[in-house]
Design a protein around this ligand. Structure first.
Ligand code: DGY
Length: 333
């Protein structure tokens, strides 16, 4: 009997080389014009697919999953985060879920470091001055456009997993003192290598940091971890950087505190209602208090190809009857 190739439905356009390989290996239904799929289209996809390859812009909730056909055994997400998938419902229905950890760590850490530098050193603001045909620039001045020094400041990392540690390695080289809050304390050797100080109490860490970097996943436990109350603990000179998920910060409270000058600035690559951005934040960005980026953390060609290759390995392994390497387990949620 000839085994048919699995029907793999991919929700967004992927890099060329990844799509080519998928066409070779699977009966791949690709989204060549990259039109995001709405909930109705996702329902249609899960009714027939053997494997669904969604990404962070899709919402694979219980309503979608309840319509899944019997063939759907694997959701191989093209993403590190899985907060767009109702993983518990999927697992309860016997659907395996995989993600793409590891391959976007360095790219995301680079972008985080970029924001850590960009906000206190006013890099985006300065670049804006120069694109106004040089009209805003009257030449060097001892007191014009002064930012704040990075070297010697305290960086508080929330979430010291792969990405948090990669940020710490970079930040250490920039002379930042590394502090962190995490569900579990890191092994002594890792703390020593990173010169990292562990804070069991997030509140206490927040009150003492110059820069906060959010690097934890969005889970029910981390939703609004930086609540209005916690954001108020920050020093007025502090900066907040978020390249993880918008939902970890109470975005309205952050915007209010930035507006009132109770927080000095923010660098944000992710937003609570993506792709919508709080208009207050946009206003603050125009005033140079905030740097906003359109979820670029993993946006390198190399990173996206690596993510695609991980998706393929996960599907292949699963289809060959083995456990895929990047299974999402309930303990990770
Ligand atoms: C992910 O994969 O979770 C990232 O947010 C995409 O950049």
């Amino acid at each position: 009997m000839v085994r048919r190739k699995p029907l793999v439905v991919v929700t967004r356009k992927l890099p060329e080389s990844v799509e080519t390989r998928m066409r070779e290996l699977f009966d791949a239904k690709l989204n060549v014009d990259d039109t995001p799929m709405d909930q109705a289209a996702l329902v249609e996809a899960v009714k027939t697919a053997d494997v669904l390859v969604p990404t962070v812009t899709d919402r694979i909730d219980s309503a979608v999953l309840s319509q899944a056909g019997e063939n759907l055994r694997l959701i191989a997400s093209f993403s590190n985060g899985v907060d767009h998938i109702d993983v518990s419902t999927a697992l309860a229905r016997g659907i395996t879920v995989t993600n793409t950890p590891g391959v976007l760590t360095e790219d995301t850490a680079d972008l985080t470091m970029g924001l850590i530098l960009a906000v206190p050193r006013r890099i985006a603001e300065g670049a804006q001055v120069m694109t106004n045909e040089g009209e805003d620039w009257q030449g060097w001045s001892p007191t014009w456009m002064l930012g704040r020094r990075i070297w010697g400041k305290r960086l508080g990392i929330i979430g010291m997993g792969r990405i948090g540690q990669a940020v710490a390695r970079r930040a250490k080289a920039f002379g930042l003192q590394i502090h962190y809050h995490n569900r579990h304390r890191l092994p002594h050797g890792v703390e020593e290598t990173l010169d990292a100080t562990y804070w069991d109490s997030l509140d206490q860490m927040l009150a003492r940091m110059d820069i906060i970097s959010v690097n934890c996943p969005h889970t029910p436990a981390t939703f609004h971890l930086l609540s209005a109350r916690r954001l108020k603990l920050l020093k007025p000179e502090a900066y907040v950087v978020n390249t993880a998920r918008g939902e970890v910060i109470d975005e309205s409270a952050l915007a209010r505190l930035l507006e009132s000058g109770d927080i000095a600035g923010a660098g944000l690559d992710v937003f609570e209602q993506e792709p919508a951005v709080n208009p207050k934040l946009v206003r603050l960005a125009r005033q140079g208090k905030v740097v906003l980026l359109p979820h670029l953390g993993s946006a390198t060609l190399e990173g996206r190809v690596d993510m695609g290759e991980k998706v393929i390995v996960n599907i292949k392994t699963f289809m060959d009857g083995h456990r895929p390497p990047d299974r999402v387990l309930p303990a990770m949620l």
